[in-house]
Design a protein around this ligand. Structure first.
Ligand code: PMP
Length: 447
């Protein structure tokens, strides 16, 4: 079968080409029988294989925060590739990675002055795990090899991240995971549906960590990993006081707190990072996605002065203290993209713009509450989960169908299970929000 898609005016895709690309997190057979292709993207919009325009309600995969097709980023990457396309990051430097790390340190909360570069969110999580191990070992506490995570968490797909992830389906084919991972309960509560922003109830769920301290001994636990707002399981906003309570239990027991800010970082919640939004400071932060506006793959792990100094200070002279890194850690083109991205965020005041649009956005999303198919809505900042009732005995099947229907109704929104994750880019105007919500309403009411 030939598809009518003509990327950039090229030839239609052949069947061989369709089969050649084994697509990630996709039902390959189903997709290839009826492909949904994007051949152009600009600002808030995508164009499909038929040339029809779609509004992007999820800013790609929550990463294209400054809108698609930013020329400043393309120009910066182009210039960098011509000047210095690659330098080994091991025991050798090129200025862009230092410059970008410095810019990030200025944006990050105060004690986060050290940035380790990776290539994705998944790599940032596995790197953070190793950082936790290196930290405790440097302090003579190498026995802290138990890690705490949470049900309904998504921490990427590398073995460390899958082990930590509380999404059972991501693990069922890959049961060989890290040992000694224990899960706290998630914070979604069926008794409190349609609560906007931080739920009033549920802070006591943080005491699950206390129970683990009592069960296993605090001195065996290395770190707690949490997404401040769980993203990929449909926007689960932390109850008021919950993150504060986790922080306190960590402090009392020498446990590190890791915030996975892969989605929440860079203005999504209306503050540069979730730690600022919620006023709780972790010890390590992971980030990716909007770090480069999605233009070039990149992730990063930020550490406080204390964590960095503990690890780097522990090694004897001339020894490598953190035996970890990637060929493409701090790639010059990715750093150039990242610097250009931060320039755009600052110049256009996009984090402030996201904060200003939030009330309008959440009002519009909450207007979907009257549709009988809608089971719950959750949201904060420019991020909302719209959950529909599942089809009997087939969790996720309805969400899958709705994602496809929405695409043909002129809107891209990422569904996860039976929840739509609506997260427009920060260049969105009110009219764009209306367009996204109208498409959702038209699609959901037909069900
Ligand atoms: N952590 C979180 C919170 C994420 O949302 C994601 C991606 N959705 C990841 C980690 C993994 O990022 P990546 O897909 O870039 O590996």
């Amino acid at each position: 079968m030939n598809v009518t898609n003509k990327p950039s005016g090229g030839a239609p895709l052949s069947n061989d080409a369709l089969e050649a690309h084994w697509m990630p997190f996709s039902s390959n057979r189903e997709f290839k029988a009826s492909p949904r292709m994007v051949r152009k993207s600009e600002g808030m919009y995508l164009w499909n294989q038929n040339g029809d325009k779609l509004i992007d309600g999820s800013s790609g995969l929550f990463n294209v925060a400054a809108g698609h097709g930013r020329r400043e980023i393309a120009d910066a990457v182009h210039a960098q590739m011509l000047e210095n396309d690659y330098t080994s990051p091991f025991q050798l430097g090129q200025s862009k990675s230092f410059e970008f790390a410095d810019r990030l340190a200025q944006l990050l909360p105060d004690p986060f002055n050290h940035v380790f570069f990776v290539n994705s969110g998944s790599e940032s999580i596995d790197t953070a795990l190793k950082m936790v191990m290196a930290y405790h070992r440097a302090r003579g506490q190498g026995q802290r090899l138990r890690f705490v995570s949470r049900e309904r968490a998504y921490h990427g797909v590398n073995i460390g991240g899958v082990s930590l992830a509380g999404m059972v389906r991501n693990r069922e084919t890959f049961p060989v995971v890290m040992p000694n991972i224990v899960m706290m309960r998630h914070t979604w509560d069926e008794a409190h549906l349609f609560e906007r922003g931080q739920p009033e109830h549920g802070a006591e769920l943080a005491d699950d960590l206390l129970r683990m301290v009592q069960t296993y001994g605090g001195s065996t636990i290395g770190a707690v990993f949490v997404e401040p707002v769980a993203g990929s399981t449909g926007t689960l906003v932390p109850p008021k006081g919950y993150l504060e309570r986790l922080r306190k239990i960590c402090d009392d027991n020498g446990i590190l707190l890791v915030f996975d800010e892969v989605i929440t970082g860079f203005g999504r919640l209306g503050a540069p990072f979730a730690s600022q939004k919620f006023g709780v400071q972790p010890d390590i932060m992971t980030m990716a996605k909007a770090l480069t506006n999605g233009a070039i793959p990149m992730g990063a792990v930020a550490a406080t002065d204390h964590v960095y100094e503990t690890i780097t200070g522990a090694a004897p002279e001339n020894a490598i203290e953190f035996f970890h890194g990637y060929t493409y850690s701090g790639h010059p083109a990715a750093c150039a993209a990242g610097i250009a991205t931060l320039d755009i965020y600052e110049r256009e005041g996009l984090f402030e713009k996201a904060a200003e649009l939030s009330d309008y956005f959440l009002d519009a999303i909450w207007s979907l509450k009257d549709l009988p198919i809608v089971r719950d809505i959750r949201g904060i900042g420019l991020m909302a989960g719209v959950e529909v009732f599942p089809l009997e005995g087939k969790p996720g099947a309805r969400g899958n169908e709705l994602q496809k229907s929405l695409f043909w109704n002129g809107c891209h929104v990422k569904w996860t299970g039976d929840s739509a994750i609506v997260a427009p880019s920060f260049v969105a105007e009110r009219g764009h929000v209306d367009e996204i919500v109208d498409a959702l309403r038209r699609t959901l009411k037909d069900q």
